[in-house]
Design a protein around this ligand. Structure first.
Ligand code: ATP
Ligand code: MG
Length: 456
C-alpha cells in the first residue's frame, strides 16, 4: 500500500474500537456537569485571532508560540481555538447572556489546537471538557467548580490524583509581587533561558510556568504570590479552603501553580496525576475575574476549568478503568439464495426500525462465511433464512453465547428479540442507546445501562 500522506503530526484518529468509549466519556462528563447546573454551549472552531490574543494574553506561550493562525480568503486573521474559555465568554457577551439570571453556567467538550511538540499527553489537536461559571464572586463558586472536577474522578473511580490549589491574587496585590519577582529573576538573568529573558521585561510571572528544567530550578526559590496577597484575596482564598474542607475534598496548597493563561486571578488549581509521564496535569482551572471586561463586557467575576480528555483517558488506561461502549449487533440474519437475501434485508430493516441492531450479508458470502462474520462482529443472536424458512415464514433464533434456539415467526422477530435481549446482558447496551443523549438522565443510569458491554 502506498498511502499518499499520513495523519498530520500531533493529531490522532479515534478508531471504531475506541470511539464508543470516547463518546460515553464525553456524554458522561456533560451529564455530570448538568447535575451541577451547567448547560452545554457550542462555539465555532475558529474565531478572530484578536479574541485569543486579548483573551488568553499576549505574553502567554499559547499566543506567542502555539496558535494555528491563518488568513482566510477574505484576508481576515482567524485562529483555531487553542482553548474553550475565550469563545464561550465571547458568545456569552455577544448574545447578552449577562442580562439573564447570574451566574450563567456553561459546559462544553471541544477540540483545541496548539502548535506544540507532540509527546505523550501533548498533541496538536486535543480535546477538552470545560466548564465556565460567569457572574459568581463568592468562594463557594470556586469550591463548587473544584468539586465538579473531583466528582468526575470519583465517578469514574480514578484514584491517586491530587488536587493542588493556589491563589495568584488580583491585579492590585500582584503589582508588589511582580516587583519582587523582577528583583529576584533580575539577579538571575544569566541562568534563565532566552524566552524567559524576554518574559522578564513583559510578564515575569510567566517565568514560573516555563517548562525548561533550568528555569524551573531557578523558579523554585522565587518569592511566592501567597506571601503578597491583599486582605480581600487572602480572605477569598481562606473561604475557598473552608468550603473544600466542608465538602471533604482533599487538596494541597502549591504556591508554585500559576497556570499558562494570563486571565487568571485569585484561585488557580490543577488536578495532577503522577502516572502518565511528564504531562501530568489532567485538569486546570481557576478564577478569571478580569476576562469578561477584557473582552468588552461588564465587570463580571467568573471562573472555569478545562480537563484534557486524552490525559484523562491515559489515567483511565493506567488505572485499568474500562469504559462501557454502546452498540453491538443484536442479531445477524444469514440467508441462502437470492430470495432469502431479500427477506433478510427486509427483516433487518424492519428490526432496525424497531430499535434492534440487526445485520445481514452484504458480500454475497456462503452460509459458513456469513456465520463466521456474525461471530466476528459479536452478534448476540443469529437466524438463517433459507428455502424452508421462506416457505414457513419462521426461523430459529439462536443465542450465540450458549446455543439456545427457539423458532420464531419472521414477523415476530422484533417482539421476541426484545424479550430475549431484555433478559440478556446485551439489554444494557440496547437501553443505553435509547438513553443516550445529553439531558436524558442521570449519568449513573447511563453508566449502568452501558455496563453490559465493555471495550476501551
Ligand atoms: P500544560 O502545562 O500541560 O501545557 P496548559 O497550562 O497549557 O497545560 P490549559 O491551557 O490550562 O493547559 O489546558 C487545560 C488542560 O488541557 C490541561 O490540563 C491538559 O489536560 C489539556 N491540554 C493542554 N494542552 C494540551 C495538549 N497540547 N495536548 C493534550 N492536552 C492538552
Ligand atoms: Mg501548555
Amino acid at each position: 500500500m502506498a498511502l499518499i500522506t499520513p495523519a498530520v503530526k500531533g493529531t490522532k484518529d479515534i478508531l471504531p474500537s475506541r470511539s464508543g468509549a470516547v463518546r460515553f466519556l464525553e456524554t458522561l462528563l456533560l451529564e455530570l456537569a448538568a447535575g451541577f447546573g451547567f448547560k452545554e454551549i457550542r462555539t465555532p472552531v475558529f474565531e478572530y485571532t484578536e479574541l485569543f490574543t486579548r483573551g488568553v494574553g499576549e505574553t502567554t506561550d499559547v499566543v506567542t508560540k502555539e496558535m494555528y493562525t491563518f488568513d482566510d480568503k477574505g484576508g481576515r486573521s482567524l485562529t483555531l481555538k487553542p482553548e474553550g474559555t475565550a469563545g464561550a465568554v465571547r458568545a456569552f457577551l455577544e448574545h447578552g447572556l449577562f442580562n439573564e439570571t447570574l451566574p450563567q453556567k456553561v459546559s462544553y467538550v471541544t477540540s483545541c489546537y496548539r502548535y506544540e511538540k507532540p509527546q505523550a499527553g501533548r498533541y496538536r489537536e486535543f480535546n477538552q471538557f470545560g466548564v465556565e461559571c460567569l457572574g459568581a464572586a463568592a468562594p463557594a463558586a470556586d469550591a463548587e467548580m473544584i468539586s465538579l472536577a473531583q466528582s468526575v474522578f470519583d465517578f469514574l473511580g480514578v484514584s491517586r490524583i491530587r488536587l493542588e490549589l493556589n491563589s495568584i491574587g488580583c491585579p492590585s496585590c500582584r503589582k508588589q509581587y511582580t516587583a519582587a519577582l523582577l528583583a529576584y529573576f533580575g539577579s538571575k538573568t544569566s541562568e534563565l533561558c532566552s524566552s524567559c529573558g524576554e518574559r522578564l521585561g513583559k510578564n515575569p510571572m510567566r517565568i514560573l510556568d516555563c517548562k525548561s528544567p533550568v528555569c524551573s530550578a531557578v523558579a523554585l526559590q522565587a518569592p511566592v504570590m501567597l506571601d503578597y496577597l491583599c486582605g480581600e484575596c487572602r480572605e477569598h482564598f481562606e473561604g475557598v479552603r473552608r468550603y473544600l474542607e466542608a465538602m471533604d475534598i482533599a487538596y494541597t496548597v502549591n504556591p508554585r501553580i500559576v497556570r499558562g493563561l494570563d486571565y487568571y486571578t485569585r484561585t488557580v488549581f490543577e488536578f495532577v496525576s503522577g502516572e502518565i509521564g511528564a504531562q501530568g496535569t489532567v485538569c486546570g482551572g481557576g478564577r478569571y475575574d478580569g476576562l469578561v471586561e477584557e473582552l468588552g463586557g461588564p465587570s463580571m467575576p467568573s471562573l472555569g476549568f478545562a480537563m484534557g480528555l486524552e490525559r484523562l483517558m491515559l489515567v483511565l488506561d493506567k488505572q485499568n478503568i474500562r469504559l462501557p461502549s454502546p452498540g453491538g449487533c443484536a442479531v445477524y440474519i444469514a440467508s441462502v439464495g437470492g430470495e432469502a437475501s431479500l427477506k433478510a434485508a427486509q427483516t433487518a430493516y424492519s428490526l432496525r426500525a424497531q430499535g434492534i441492531a440487526a445485520e445481514f450479508d452484504l458480500a454475497g458470502r456462503s452460509l459458513k462465511a456469513q456465520m463466521k462474520y456474525a461471530g466476528k462482529i459479536g452478534a448476540a443472536y443469529t437466524a438463517v433464512i433459507g428455502e424452508e424458512e421462506l416457505k414457513t415464514g419462521s426461523a430459529a433464533l439462536k443465542r450465540m453465547a450458549d446455543g439456545f434456539e427457539i423458532p420464531v415467526a419472521l414477523g415476530d422477530f422484533a417482539q421476541k428479540l426484545s424479550l430475549l435481549l431484555a433478559d440478556d446482558a446485551l439489554s444494557g447496551a440496547a437501553q443505553a442507546v435509547a438513553a443516550f443523549g445529553p439531558g436524558q438522565g442521570d449519568p449513573r443510569v447511563i453508566f449502568k445501562a452501558f455496563s453490559g458491554e465493555e471495550t476501551h
